[in-house]
Design a protein around this ligand. Structure first.
Ligand code: HEC
Ligand code: HEC
Ligand code: HEC
Ligand code: HEC
Ligand code: HEC
Length: 259
């Protein structure tokens, strides 16, 4: 799983010329060096960011705020592309530079349509620096009933729960198969695209679409579980045949030697 994720992330990043160069080691990023030493609201982003998935992937301050991360004297000059603090209405486009699928769903949703008029931006739900881990647990009363009732939010969560569980179960099984030395790459690739498609879908807020897509994804997972697919059953079968052949070969070699 990890391997494929990393390869696909690298591919995604390499398709983004302006962001490909952003993955710089944190210790040489002047924004972090200087901001960590500032008081209050200027250093808080550093502490929060250090705990984030963005930090793990080398997505640093300049990926969102612009500026030159290597040159302390000019790091925040307009000439170096410094953008300052992004206003709420430009946040989706900013995050969307990397999270394209999610942002497309969001822009077409009731939330995207209400952008600038009381709708939430990406950071209302995810935060801007700590980036709260994204899961269905984010859909709760606390996060989703400050602007409207919780009913519609709950309907969406209910439409997603079963598929979410199925995806988690198959991820777990892959880990087990892997620990047994079984080749799981084809299965992982398939799972990777299914899970990405699924987890972007929440942002559409479209219950009908979510139900339709969930049914499709569930069918794909069932296929994977059954015979004939690139499923684990199939892989185990191939492996068993492999071992049987190897055993037969060894046996005939030993037998020859004895003879
Ligand atoms: C030498 C120290 C130093 C460096 C290097 C530095 N900053 Fe700053 N930054 C500050 C100080 C001080 C402020 C507050 C005063 C100001 O706005 O100029 C600030 C303000 C900011 C703000 C808030 C602006 C606002 O309008 O509230 C952001 C965002 C920011 N910096 C991001 C960055 C980024 C991104 C980099 C690297 C590309 C960077 N900084 C490099 C010291 C620094
Ligand atoms: C994933 C995008 C992203 C990254 C990475 C990021 N920021 Fe921000 N930052 C934002 C957004 C969006 C806002 C405005 C909304 C908010 O304040 O939460 C913001 C706000 C700020 C502010 C203003 C805070 C305030 O209370 O006025 C500062 C200062 C800042 N960032 C500095 C940094 C520094 C330093 C780093 C690197 C350690 C960093 N940011 C990394 C997106 C980002
Ligand atoms: C320069 C590219 C880039 C930008 C800009 C960016 N991200 Fe990310 N983001 C990533 C990468 C890389 C990952 C880690 C790989 C992955 O899970 O897709 C990630 C992961 C995430 C996750 C997944 C967390 C999880 O639990 O899996 C969330 C949520 C997220 N980003 C939100 C945001 C928000 C909100 C913004 C804008 C304020 C933003 N990102 C801007 C590249 C970026
Ligand atoms: C900052 C305010 C705000 C927050 C927070 C918020 N929403 Fe909304 N939401 C809106 C607005 C504005 C609309 C459009 C008008 C309406 O339907 O009330 C909307 C509409 C919706 C709709 C209706 C979509 C449609 O097509 O009819 C759903 C579903 C929804 N939100 C789910 C959520 C969920 C789930 C959360 C929490 C994860 C959430 N909202 C958090 C502001 C918010
Ligand atoms: C109303 C709250 C809300 C808003 C607004 C929102 N998100 Fe999300 N986001 C969520 C929830 C809930 C999930 C988890 C969905 C799931 O588990 O399938 C999520 C998942 C994600 C993920 C993880 C997808 C994955 O593959 O695991 C990313 C990345 C992300 N959001 C980025 C964004 C960006 C970028 C924006 C703005 C364009 C945005 N989100 C706006 C609530 C929100």
């Amino acid at each position: 799983m990890r391997g494929w994720r990393i390869i696909l992330i690298l591919l995604a990043l390499s398709a983004m010329p302006s962001t490909a160069a952003l993955a710089v080691a944190p210790q040489v990023i002047v924004c972090i060096q200087c901001h960590a030493a500032q008081p209050g609201r200027l250093s808080k982003p550093v502490t929060l960011w250090q705990t984030s998935i963005h930090s793990d992937h080398g997505i640093a301050c300049n990926a969102c705020h612009g500026g030159d991360p290597m040159n302390a004297a000019n790091s925040m000059s307009p000439a170096s592309g410094f953008l300052g603090v992004p206003p709420p209405t430009s946040i989706p486009a900013l995050c969307g530079g990397c999270h394209m699928g999610v942002t497309k769903h969001y822009m077409n949703s009731a939330h995207g349509i209400a952008l600038g008029r009381g709708g939430p931006t990406c950071v209302t739900c995810h935060g801007s620096h700590a980036i709260v881990s994204a899961s269905l647990a984010l859909i709760d009363k606390k996060n989703c009933s400050s602007c409207h009732t919780f009913d519609k939010a709950l309907m969406i969560r209910k439409a997603m729960v079963k598929t979410d569980r199925m995806l988690k179960a198959i991820e777990k099984r892959i880990t087990v198969l892997k620990s047994q030395g079984i080749e799981t790459d084809p299965l992982e690739m398939k799972l990777f695209s299914l899970r990405n498609r699924f987890h972007a879908m929440f942002h559409s807020l479209d219950v009908t679409l979510i139900r339709q897509e969930s049914a499709h994804i569930q069918a794909e997972i069932e296929k994977t579980n059954g015979a004939g697919g690139v499923g684990t059953g199939h892989l185990v079968g191939v492996l068993a045949i492999g071992w049987a052949l190897l055993a037969a070969l060894l046996f005939s070699l030993i037998k020859k030697n004895i003879d």
